[in-house]
Design a protein around this ligand. Sequence first.
Ligand code: GDP
Length: 591
Amino acid sequence: MPDNKTVELPGFLTVRELSELLEASPIDVIKELMKNGIIANINQQIDFDTAAIVAEEMGFTAHAFVPEEIEDEEELEALPEWRKVIGDESEDALLPRSPVVTMLGHVDHGKTSLLDAIRNADVQSGEAGGITQHMGAYQVDHDGQIVTFLDTPGHEAFTAMRSRGARATDIAVLVVAADDGVMPQTREALDHARAAKVPIVVALNKIDRNNANPELVKKQLDEVGLTPDEWGGSTMVIPVSAITQEGLDDLLEAIVLISEDTDIRANPDGQVFGTVIEGVINRSRGVLATLLVQNGTLKTGQVVVSGTSCGKIRAMFDYRGTAISEAPPSVPVQIMGLDTVPVAGEPFKVVVNEKTARAIVEERAIAAKQQVKRETFTLDEIFARFQAGEAQTLNLVIKADAQGSLEPIVNSLQALDYGGLKVDILRSDTGNITETDIMLASASDAIVLGFCVEPDPAAKRLAENNDITIRSYNIIYKLIEDVDKALRGMLEPEFEQVTIGKAQVRAVFHIRRAGKIAGCYVTEGEIRRNAKARVLRGDKVLTETAVSSLKRFEQDVPEVRTGFECGVGLEKWDNLKEDDIIEFFVLEQVS
Ligand code: GDP
């Protein structure tokens, strides 16, 4: 069997292709799949995760294959959204799908009102034939052209989804109130939409207002690079009113026109995948998840995995609450059957069966734990990050009960500066700590500070799941002091080695694959698998390294105490001899 070989696997491949890559017979691959509960024939497509499990079991280390033409990070960013989403699909199989639209813009400019107005107009026109339910997305029919709206407006939600890898939006509608113009959050929203490289159409809302000044707003739009098409630019600026419903049809028309220009496509017969739009627990129906299908056709009875949630689809509903059995690309559906609430913005996919789903979830849970260890970002752990040169700023999300307390907090924190090390306040606002705050923190390695506010339950859950630190204070001085300490800590973290135990080498064995293993007797203290080791021969220190294995009677153990025998493997050190002393030590921060 090949030892330590690596193999690059695409997102999807047939059993035959996998067997060729693994230089194995297809029969062996099929047997391996069967061991994992998957009955597959030679031409059956399997996905990366499934293929990777088989590859690993056949002695390979599997990596995701990145096609050459999109290896370059910048090039990848520059690709249109649909291209990234449908990855491996062949050109011929791609068919146009309806565009997915998000509303962005300054607060109170009318995003929610427009989403409601568009939905209600469609219901009233009789086309939808019923009352829509809230599930995070809905569709409307504009002269036979379907448009899908994500109905959680705002760039915060948009970016939170993006930070989880979601590429759900095809077109952004930037809502600007005609009586208020381009405001700070309009610019911010614009930056977010531009960062996502989605085409933008401007909805010039509240056109019914007496003090509406569309010409002035167009000038402001021009200044931020959104030159209206009537001025020779390329931005469609559509005057609308969510209240009188004026211009809603024109807005839909503009969206359809842009979508025709943007090559929004997917393969309805391809592998099924997409993005989680929303997840909730319903008392009577259990976990309900809204999924946006982005490729393939989702069907009841299929097994879905998203993050560490999985399950067989027991029932599926469209945005009107009507039970459906199939959902092609761009269709949002609410599904029943997942075991836990999936996270919005997390990708989902369909896998062959529940056993595969559970194997994927297990692997992800393990990977997530390791990830958390690496990325946990508590105030105390900033020391380590800074020492490793990873952090130059302390990213903060600050929520306070009132503007009156927010301002002094922000001002004091911004004044903290230790030779270039400072805080970067990504967001400061009043109100409770919400899921959006946690997502922003999670996307930017930030910690969340609350002053006289608490996280709401969903935020708390999300923070726990993502290991985001939330610190709550009710004395401003304490908050500033803690951040100040963290920053000063970042400057000169000092560690000292503390010896925790010693072991004497009694015999040395050579174990295939593992290298040299020392049969040891612990003479002092306790030795630990996660400690560092120093090898002494006489009074000479030969090396300092990490412990690669610690076993008692073939069993991996976390620690061994004085008076016991054990097997010790050291990283990058094969020169062990009888009577060598291995000292085990940990690094402790000097306060
Ligand atoms: P959002 O924060 O962007 O979601 O804004 P909302 O949809 O909550 O709207 C903020 C306020 O503006 C509400 O009081 C709406 O009734 C009002 N509003 C929204 N659109 C219009 C409009 O087209 N005309 C007028 N007159 N008021 C509007």
